[in-house]
Design a binder for this molecule. Structure first.
Ligand code: G1P
Length: 267
């Protein structure tokens, strides 16, 4: 999916790179072969851009290249849940802390969200999840945090529940798709516990760490999150990111005025 002029996955990679991450594992599935090509070199396209003197486009294209050995792809053969997807990468992650980025959560922020989290994690260690307030009626769309104590942006977590009914929600603070995790989470995922929606949930493996190690923090990031997994969220992101681009701003603003004005007039 393309947001303005780059696939969502590129935003995720750019954010991770800004946070100092150098090695990437994609958990993919059938029919996602284009993803591998996207991050590969494209010699024909490069030479055609060079011939036409399109230096800027060439530079943009080169940003998508990855060094050999920096990137790996793992297949999830069955869609058994987010926890299972992360578990599929267990041998590549091995015994190091790792970050998980869900590319359908796009976060616009002055300092990229994962970078903010790495800075906070350098103080806390352990496990950290991005956190944001959501309307409690939407509880069943999120993992929700039970907060023991809040210290500015860092929240001490004493429980986590995946997709509860609003009446069972421990708070209205939801997990957003950025995580910094210890390798112990992978061992918890080995148990393949089946949770909400009949899926193996990452939330449950992290919740186990709350009980066993008490080392889970929420991080209330600065920035605005767009749920690009929903139609309305993706449209909002397109408008917001489009308006941020200098070369598009004037034309796009005029169009939005025109189209909203026309609609109001019709009503
Ligand atoms: C996933 C997680 C959930 C989290 C959400 C954030 O759910 O399981 O805990 O709150 O991402 O976007 P999904 O959106 O994949 O159903």
């Amino acid at each position: 999916m393309t947001l303005v002029d780059r696939p969502l996955i590129q935003y995720a990679i750019d954010e991770a790179r800004a946070a100092g991450i150098k090695e990437f594992i994609f958990v993919t599935s059938r029919g996602k072969g284009a993803l591998e090509d996207y991050f590969d070199v494209a010699p024909q396209l490069e030479s055609s851009l060079r011939r036409k003197g399109k230096t800027e486009a060439l530079q943009e294209l080169r940003k998508t290249n990855m060094e050999s050995g920096q990137i790996a792809y793992i297949r999830q053969h069955d869609p058994l849940g987010l926890g299972h997807a992360v578990w599929c990468a267990r041998r590549l992650i091995a015994n190091e802390p790792f970050a998980v980025v869900l590319p359908d959560d796009v976060i616009a922020a002055d300092t990229p969200c994962l970078q903010q989290m790495v800075e906070a994690y350098n103080e806390t260690g352990g496990n950290m999840v991005a956190a944001m307030e959501v309307p409690v009626e939407q509880a069943s769309a999120y993992g929700l945090l039970d907060i023991a104590e809040a210290n500015d942006r860092v929240l001490k977590v004493r429980g986590m529940v995946e997709k509860p009914e609003p009446k069972d929600a421990p708070s209205n603070i939801a997990v957003i798709g950025r995580y910094i995790l210890t390798p112990k989470i992978l061992r918890n995922l080995n148990k393949k516990m089946v949770g909400a929606g009949g899926e193996i949930q990452l939330t449950d493996a992290i919740a186990q760490e709350v009980v066993e190690s008490d080392n889970v923090h929420g991080f209330r990031f600065e920035g605005r999150r767009y749920d690009c997994g929903s139609k309305a969220g993706f449209l909002k992101a397109t408008v917001a990111f489009g308006l941020q681009r200098e070369e598009l701003r004037d034309e796009f603003t005029a169009f939005l005025h025109e189209i909203t004005g026309t609609r109001q007039a019709a009503e």
